[in-house]
Design a protein around this ligand. Sequence first.
Ligand code: ADE
Ligand code: ZN
Length: 325
Amino acid sequence: VITNEFTKKLPKCELHVHIEGTIEPELKLKLAQRNHIALTETTVEDIQKSYQFNDLASFLAVYYPGMSVLITEEDFYDLAFDYLRRAADNNVRHVEIFFDPQAHTTRGIAFKTIITGLHRAIVDARALNVDAALIMCFLRDLPKESARQTLLEALPYKDKFIGVGLDSDEHNNPPLKFARQFEDAAAHGLHLTTHCDIDQKDSIDHIRQALEIMEVERLDHGTNIVEDPDLVNFVIKKGIGLTSCPLSNSFVTPDMKGKELIDLLNQGVKISIHSDDPAYFGGYISDNYYKMATDFNLSKEQLIQLARNSFESAWISTDQKELYL
Ligand code: ADE
Ligand code: ZN
């Protein structure tokens, strides 16, 4: 039988975690106090009680206001370092962290403040034996002009992040809206991924655009691909990874989408398990492995394959992969 201990000790990569989604209620309170910000909720319990959502839009409506406590470089440092400590504790060997600059620059925080704080935490976390990198996400519900501006602001710091992604509300915000920004990012040597959230109005169209037109290297979520065998064959042939987040799925849709995950795994898709917004969805990466293992009676071999897929999908060198696999 699979134990919590086993899923915790399993060496793994975290490839789908939003740094803003790792802010625990305790840190929210600490930063609110430090920055003299009045929160509606003043205890850990009240903050937890305010986490009520049943779809992506209602989640995002709780999620963005929660970022108001992040102001200084030190705040971004503390956020990332606290998370990386927990990653180390979950035997995460390598992590690729999403951050949403526009969620902060639109509140008047400088891009430099955000990236400098996050990056300094990554450098210091090497002492914990966690290797980490940043992926900059564009908020897809903002105009593409804002994404263009964000990429321009970010390019002087291009040694501090390794790729770009798309997140936030997918409804009527297809990947193609950002085709030009992705092309520009790729021309600067950046990796490409995009969220294709669960059960969206145009899930399959969005997945097809991302794969065939924008040539992304990974899909975040993307499990609706099971509905289209041709696209499944495409990701198998190209070795494109899918980063799946079972606990997150169970909050924003009626179920974990575990059946779809296992179906894709059995077909040979490079699918792996991640945590998305662990401070909001009730668990870190090992908890996601454990929940899948217990609810779907997964074998050790299946869990090891999922962890292996996470290394295969990671944007690390072949040498680095061989060290782990
Ligand atoms: N931002 C943070 N978590 C997200 C998710 N699951 N989907 C889209 N945008 C997000
Ligand atoms: Zn996500």
